[in-house]
Design a protein around this ligand. Structure first.
Ligand SMILES: [Zn+2]
Length: 431
């Protein structure tokens, strides 16, 4: 199940996107209260938006606008809405997203071709290790994608290593859909219970929520820890509720492939202009074929790098590398620009670090400060020294570090109603 467009030439891909863009602009002009307002305010005639280059004539859409005018983005009457989901709201208020029947079909198609990109076939069985409810879009997308592809799916949900293993041994799935750090818990459980990991029949894991690779596509510490114990293929996938679309790695594992029939991608600088090819910028998306809540030039807040060389898998579509960081979490620290994921990679190198929280705040003179609270059972001077040295070696700077009880860190990581652990607490916004 590989759409023809993925192997089409770049010119053909552009032509398809421009055709879809024109449909979208005309649709928004007719159905979207929010974008009708934008077009009127900025004197944009829908007939003047015909090419991808024309996009820069249109203002970007920010998360704040989406929060503030949430209902104005909905293009269909309530009676057409089937599924209601919310964004996780890691940064700011959650946004409501509505999906029509056609949007759910589009989501199923998106996930089916994403699974197919990672090599999943009809004969495969996947074990779903994320929640399918709690107003979460991805879980239902995985289920519908498997169904569309004709593959089997076992909905175990998040957590509970014992139930996960019971299910793996009972139903013999071939792929796991999982947050990669949870694989470490599955490995630990297997080792403690005499389960032979490499005889489990698992071929690969579709990994969400955390990155597996450095910017040069080599495995990061987390991925290495997994692969050292369990010989399975790891595929990164990057997606968000706002995009209604996923970027999933193929067999070459060189970044997540773009589905050009579903989304237009721009990588923008601070002035909302495209960055030079190969440079890091903010991922900005225009959704194609979405009925209930299409977005035009939506700034995702994620800093990424696009790779445009043809892939050895035969696809010509653009690939996205691991997210370098959240734009809002960019830290200027002692003259260096940092993002929390770079700190995650360093902390994951230490087995003694059981969990941690990265706090970012302004000091008395208004510049950024970083305090890392680490949960460990061996709070020694030596460990502190080693961690600080590792920071200096990798990032040139070393933040403040405090040791805490693992349980206290766990409490900070899971505030009420949180669907996923909070690793970064950015106090700069609330000061
Ligand atoms: Zn590829």
């Amino acid at each position: 199940m590989i759409p023809e467009i993925e192997k089409a030439s770049l010119a053909q891909i552009k032509a398809v996107q421009e055709q879809e863009l024109k449909k979208l602009i005309s649709y928004l002009d007719t159905h979207s209260t929010y974008y009708q307002g934008v077009f009127a305010k900025h004197n944009i005639l829908p007939s003047t938006i015909n090419t991808l280059e024309d996009l820069v004539k249109i203002p970007v859409t920010t998360k704040e606008q989406l929060q503030q005018f949430n209902d104005d983005f909905i293009c269909v009457p309530k009676s057409e809405i089937i599924d209601y989901v919310t964004t996780s709201g890691t940064l700011g208020e959650p946004v409501t997203f509505a999906l029509t029947d056609n949007d759910l079909k589009r989501l199923a198609y998106n996930e089916a071709i994403s699974f197919a990109c990672a090599g999943v076939q009809k004969e495969d069985v996947m074990q779903l290790m994320t929640t399918i409810d709690r107003r979460f879009m991805a879980g239902i997308a995985y289920f519908m994608g498997a169904r569309e592809l004709g593959a089997g799916i076992i909905r175990v949900g998040a957590g509970i290593p014992e139930l996960q293993w019971d299910s793996i041994l009972k139903f013999k799935p071939t792929y796991l859909i999982v947050v990669p750090s949870f694989l470490l818990k599955l490995i630990k459980y297997a080792q403690e219970h005499d389960i032979d990991l490499n005889a489990s029949g698992i071929k690969g894991a579709i990994c969400i929520g955390e990155s597996l690779r450095n910017q040069d596509f080599s495995l990061n510490t987390l991925a290495k820890k997994i692969k050292d114990n369990w010989n399975i293929e790891l595929y990164s996938t990057y997606a968000s509720t706002e995009m209604n679309t996923a970027f999933t790695e193929c067999s070459e594992q060189q970044g997540g492939h773009h589905h050009p029939e579903l989304i237009i991608v721009e990588i923008l600088d601070d002035h909302n202009c495209p960055v030079p090819p190969g440079e890091v910028g903010e991922l900005t998306v225009t959704t194609l074929g979405v009925e209930a809540m299409p977005l035009l030039r939506f700034k995702t807040g994620d800093m990424v790098k696009a790779h445009t060389s043809p892939c050895a898998c035969g696809r010509n579509t653009m690939r996205l590398g691991s997210v370098v960081g959240r734009k809002k979490q960019m830290i200027k620290y002692k003259g260096t620009t940092l993002y929390p994921p770079a700190m995650d990679n360093i902390l994951n190198d230490f087995n003694e670090v059981e969990n941690y929280i990265i706090e970012i705040f302004h000091n008395t003179i208004g510049t950024d400060e970083i305090l890392i609270k680490i949960g460990t059972q061996s709070p020694t001077e030596e460990l502190l020294h080693d961690i600080k040295d590792h920071f200096r070696a990798k990032l040139r700077v070393s933040p403040k570090i405090e040791f805490h009880d693992k349980k206290d860190i766990l409490k900070l990581q899971f505030p009420k109603l949180s669907r996923k652990p909070v690793i970064v607490i950015d106090k700069r916004k609330t000061e």
